[in-house]
Design a protein around this ligand. Structure first.
Ligand code: SF4
Length: 333
C-alpha cells in the first residue's frame, strides 16, 4: 500500500474528491480503487497505479490466545510486524510499530537486537490499522484501542506518530478516542515534554525496567543520556502540565530486577513523582534473549511490596508468545 501520492494524484480534481478518497480507504476500507464506483474509471485506474491500496502481509495466529501477528512488506521491501490482540467480545487492540527496527538496542528486546533501518511514515502506521480493520470488518467489529508498543521508539519518530494519532482520532476517519491510544517510551525526555504541551488526552507509558541507574544501564544503553533522575523530572513536568496519569512499565527479569530490595528501591524512586498520578505495570519478560522471566512467586511478592505502599500495580502477562508477538519479541522476519 502507498497513499503518499494521493494529494498529487487528485490535484486536478474538485477538493471534495480527496475527502471521498480518504473515506473510501479509512472508513469504507476498500482494498482496490475499483470499489470506489463513484469515481470515474480513468480516475480509478490512475489511483490503482499511483496509490495502490492492497497490503502485502502474512499472518500468524496464536493457538494459545486471541492474538494475530502480521508481517507487512512495505513498498520499499522492508518488513515490519504488527499485532492484533482481541480480548472479550469486540475489544480489539492493535500494537503498532513506529519504526523499522529500533536504534535504542535494549538487550532484552528482539527488535533492539535487529538494529534500526528507518522511521515509518504516518501512512505506513495507518496501513497497519487498515490491515486489521479490514479483517475485523468481516466480523462486524472494529479497532478500539491502539498502543504504540510494537517495533521502534515512538518518540524518535515524534512528528509522524503525532500525525498518525490525529488521523486515528479524526471523527471523519477512524474515530478512535484519544483515551484509547497509548504511547510507550523508553524515556525519551524531549518526547515526553513535547507531548505534555499537546492538548491530546492520549495515555503515556514510560519504561523504567530497573530501580537504579547501574542496573538500568546494563539493559538500556540510552540510560547514559536519559538517566532516571531526568526521567522522573520529565514525568513531573508531564503530570503537572496535563494532570494525566502515567503508566510506569517494569519488565520482570529473573534474578536481575525482581528482588525485595529492588522493589523497595523502586518505591523510593517513585516517591520522587510529585503527584500520585501514576501506576505500575509489571510485565512478564518474554525469553527471546538471554534474559528469563521472573518466577510467578517472585512477581507476586514484588507486586505485594508495592501494593502495601498503596502503589496501584497491575500485571501484564503477555499474549501471543507462541507466535513471538508479545512485548519485546517483534523482529520483522
Ligand atoms: Fe527499542 Fe523498545 Fe525494544 Fe528498547 S524495548 S529496543 S526502545 S523497541
Amino acid at each position: 500500500m502507498d497513499i503518499s501520492k494521493l494529494n498529487q494524484t487528485l490535484i486536478e480534481e474538485p477538493i471534495f474528491r480527496l475527502k471521498q478518497a480518504k473515506r473510501a480507504v479509512f472508513v469504507n476500507l476498500v482494498d482496490n480503487w475499483d470499489q470506489t464506483t463513484n469515481f470515474s474509471k480513468k480516475l480509478r485506474d490512475e489511483l490503482n497505479k499511483n496509490c495502490p491500496i492492497s497490503i502485502k502481509a502474512e499472518f500468524l495466529k496464536s493457538i494459545k490466545s486471541d492474538s494475530l501477528k502480521a508481517l507487512i512488506t512495505l513498498s520499499d521491501g522492508l518488513k515490519i510486524e504488527t499485532v492484533l490482540l482481541s480480548h472479550g467480545v469486540g475489544r480489539n487492540t492493535i500494537c503498532l510499530s513506529s519504526q523499522v527496527g529500533c536504534a535504542i538496542g535494549c538487550s532484552f528486546c528482539a527488535t533492539g537486537k535487529r538494529g534500526f533501518k528507518r522511521n515509518l511514515t504516518a501512512e505506513e502506521m495507518i496501513e497497519q490499522i487498515i490491515l486489521f480493520a479490514r479483517l475485523l470488518k468481516k466480523r462486524n467489529q472494529r479497532v478500539n484501542n491502539v498502543v504504540f508498543m510494537g517495533m521502534g521508539e515512538p518518540f524518535l519518530n515524534y512528528d509522524n506518530v503525532l500525525k498518525t494519532i490525529k488521523i486515528l482520532n479524526n471523527k471523519d476517519y477512524f474515530n478512535i478516542g484519544a483515551r484509547h491510544i497509548s504511547i510507550s517510551t523508553i524515556g525519551i525526555i524531549d518526547g515526553i515534554k513535547k507531548l505534555a504541551t499537546q492538548s491530546l488526552q492520549i495515555n503515556l507509558a514510560i519504561s523504567l525496567h530497573a530501580p537504579n541507574n547501574n542496573l538500568r544501564a546494563q539493559i538500556i544503553p540510552i540510560n547514559k543520556q536519559y538517566p532516571l533522575d531526568k526521567i522522573i523530572n520529565a514525568i513531573n513536568y508531564y503530570i503537572n502540565k496535563t494532570n494525566r496519569r502515567v503508566m510506569i512499565e517494569y519488565v520482570m527479569i529473573k534474578d536481575f530486577n525482581d528482588s525485595v530490595e529492588q522493589a523497595r528501591q523502586l518505591i523510593e524512586l517513585l516517591k520522587q513523582i510529585s503527584k500520585p498520578l501514576y501506576f505500575v505495570n509489571l510485565i512478564f519478560c518474554n525469553s527471546i534473549t538471554e534474559f528469563k522471566p521472573s518466577e510467578k512467586d517472585k512477581i507476586k511478592q514484588f507486586r505485594e511490596i508495592l501494593v502495601k505502599q498503596k502503589i496501584e500495580t497491575t500485571l501484564r502477562y503477555s499474549f501471543g508468545q507462541d507466535i513471538q508477538a508479545a512485548c519485546g519479541q517483534l523482529i520483522g522476519s
